[in-house]
Design a protein around this ligand. Sequence first.
Ligand SMILES: CC/C=C\C/C=C\C/C=C\C/C=C\CCC(=O)SCCNC(=O)CCNC(=O)[C@H](O)C(C)(C)COP(=O)(O)OP(=O)(O)OC[C@H]1O[C@@H](n2cnc3c(N)ncnc32)[C@H](O)[C@@H]1OP(=O)(O)O
Ligand SMILES: Cc1cc2nc3c(=O)[nH]c(=O)nc-3n(C[C@H](O)[C@H](O)[C@H](O)COP(=O)(O)OP(=O)(O)OC[C@H]3O[C@@H](n4cnc5c(N)ncnc54)[C@H](O)[C@@H]3O)c2cc1C
Length: 662
Amino acid sequence: MLNKSIMDGDNPDLTEERMKGAFDTDKMAAVIYGSEKFAIRRREITESISRIPQLADSKPFSFMTREEKISESCRKLSVLSEHWNQLIDTNNEEEALHLYREVLGLEGHAFSLHETMFIPSLVAQANDEQQEKWLGRAKRREIIGCYAQTEMGHGTNLRALETTATYYPSTQEFILHTPTETALKWWPGALGKSSNYAVVVADLVIRDTHYGAHPFMVQLRDEKTHNPLPGITVGDIGPKMAFNGADNGFLGFNQYKLPRDHMLMRHSRVEENGTYTKPPHAKIGYSSMVKVRSRMAMDQGLFMVSALVIAVRYSAVRRQGFLDDKSREVKVLDYQTQQHRLFPSIARAYAFIFCGFETIQLYDQLLIDVKNGDTSGMSDLHALTSGLKSVVTHQTGEGIEQARMACGGHGYSMASYISEIYGVAIGGCTYEGENMVMLLQLARYLVKSVELVKTGKSKELGPMMNYLAEPDTQIDLTSGPEAYVKVFQHAARRQVWKATDKFHQLMESGQSRDIAWNNSAVELTRASRLHTRLYIMETFIRRVSSISDVSIKKVLIDLVNVHVNYEVLDIGTYALEHVSSTQLDSIRSQLYSSLDTLRPNAVSLIDSFQISDMQLRSVLGRRDGHVYTNLFEWAKASPLNQTHVLPSVNQYLKPMMDKAKL
Ligand SMILES: CC/C=C\C/C=C\C/C=C\C/C=C\CCC(=O)SCCNC(=O)CCNC(=O)[C@H](O)C(C)(C)COP(=O)(O)OP(=O)(O)OC[C@H]1O[C@@H](n2cnc3c(N)ncnc32)[C@H](O)[C@@H]1OP(=O)(O)O
Ligand SMILES: Cc1cc2nc3c(=O)[nH]c(=O)nc-3n(C[C@H](O)[C@H](O)[C@H](O)COP(=O)(O)OP(=O)(O)OC[C@H]3O[C@@H](n4cnc5c(N)ncnc54)[C@H](O)[C@@H]3O)c2cc1C
């Protein structure tokens, strides 16, 4: 059996799709998740979870209030605490994240930031003694932590953070203080009600000199009573667009005393007498953000996949309208428009995940290098992950929204769960650096790269930048995916140079650097997007070329074909400089035929992600495809349907109607 999801009693339309798949979904899972070993571990973990009934949702999540969601996730976390060691290798971050996704889903929970930012901050920023003191406790979950950086008045511009940490040599203490309302920490996940510790980012002040943002380990709540400690104001910021299982919070300090050794001192130090040692790289304190950004291609790829699993499975069981055969309605997945809506997103999701593996490894390597005193890779990874987080979050948002529309009316129902996936994923456009701002960070790097080329220093170009120095060449579109890479290189190179030239010309015309930058910003962000999309395409092709299994490689080449054709058409206005409109027409025809080629493998391609029904929380996306019966059951479970006559009818509608009858 090539598609391992085939089960007796499933919806025959889905079974038919799974029979059509031309490759082994377990083998594809090994490619997606980086190794056969991890793909197997994922399945084992999912299987073990299913044997612990207390880990199941106690009722449909969509019908829960915010308080119920928070209580439910805490209940499950306490059940999990009895099983951690038997379920996962607790030192393996990917296993832990899989466990969280399966059991707790995506709406957030008390440990939302503990694994993703609190522990990584201690790993990257705390010195050995500090790690000895806190890291073990954090890993054993004796304490719950979060990452408190953003303030009500400033998230983007970290240099303007108002919270101060003033050092007093006389007492060898810092005083943490929130001088204004806008200085309140605002947004940190799991801060409001769950965390009892936080890595707090504050402006370090010693003898009236401001040294800028530095991280501090701060206890917020009493470990016995969980009450806030004196001098601390903390609470929940209220409901959000989505992610309402998490208690994003506010935090204020009133002259709160903190011992000297609570500043995280791996890279910068404050001695007892107040002498300050600066870090080996000015931005090393920003590393926790780079860590999360380096994960975002993977995490966003998986958000998009969840929506696509739902939309593709549903499209294979939803029948509406006719093609040739007028005796039976067709699966909506057979419509070219439906394929055009969904398949390019499947391709992007695969591409994002392959990029994600690469950037996660780059971050892990950077962490080792920095520990050994080598900070030279920081700028490259900062630039790469800044662009990547911006492009993948934006395209993921687009892909999920198309997946929702592809499910018609039922996509709009919470039974599909796609709106929740969208709401959580789209937050990624904002958190870890607002997308425009991060595109402009990459643009700084691109402009510097062009300046290197212009001044004859091309040899100093960073990784992935050599194409900026190359001349335009003739493109032979029949020579395979590499030709499409060339189209992207041409378009990206032209746009990067154009934006840089504009910036330079504005400065030459007398504008200050900052004003010239602002007046070139839209062109600069365009350059960053093209450069990043080129990186995604190259990574995708490189990864697929490295695969040896013939059937897996074949279907992934089909997916690459969808990707490259779609992407080049999508940047048509830029590509037109290098590709004629006749050539674009031929790319369009190739895209349509590549959609056709991919069609028989669509369900197997999304099944390969092996996302469980428990994690998916979607009636439309059920693995067994029994959508309609379960849709009715789901609606019957609505709290509104627990009584025939609502109190509001008796109180308002009935008297109103009765009065109208008089
Ligand atoms: C993992 C999640 C899994 C699932 C998700 C599920 C649900 C979601 C749940 C929760 C969300 C999770 C996490 C969210 C947490 C947060 O949002 S934490 C807060 C994040 N905040 C930000 O990202 C703030 C963004 N702002 C910045 O990073 C900086 O302010 C800035 C980079 C924009 C500017 O910094 P400045 O200090 O002012 O520097 P600059 O003058 O612009 O640049 C000077 C030079 O420094 C280089 N540089 C900047 N940053 C770095 C870096 N990190 N590393 C290396 N170099 C850096 C910059 O490029 C400049 O270089 P030049 O050579 O050009 O001078
Ligand atoms: C779901 C979620 C979870 C979060 N979790 C955390 C957390 O755990 N910890 C934490 O500390 N924070 C967290 N945050 C906060 C988040 O990191 C910030 O909201 C984010 O960095 C954006 O900053 P901002 O809100 O100040 O946006 P702003 O900077 O105010 O953005 C507003 C507009 O101004 C534009 N803009 C701002 N500066 C520039 C510029 N220099 N050039 C051009 N345009 C500019 C932006 O592009 C945007 O269009 C979270 C946010 C969300 C939504």
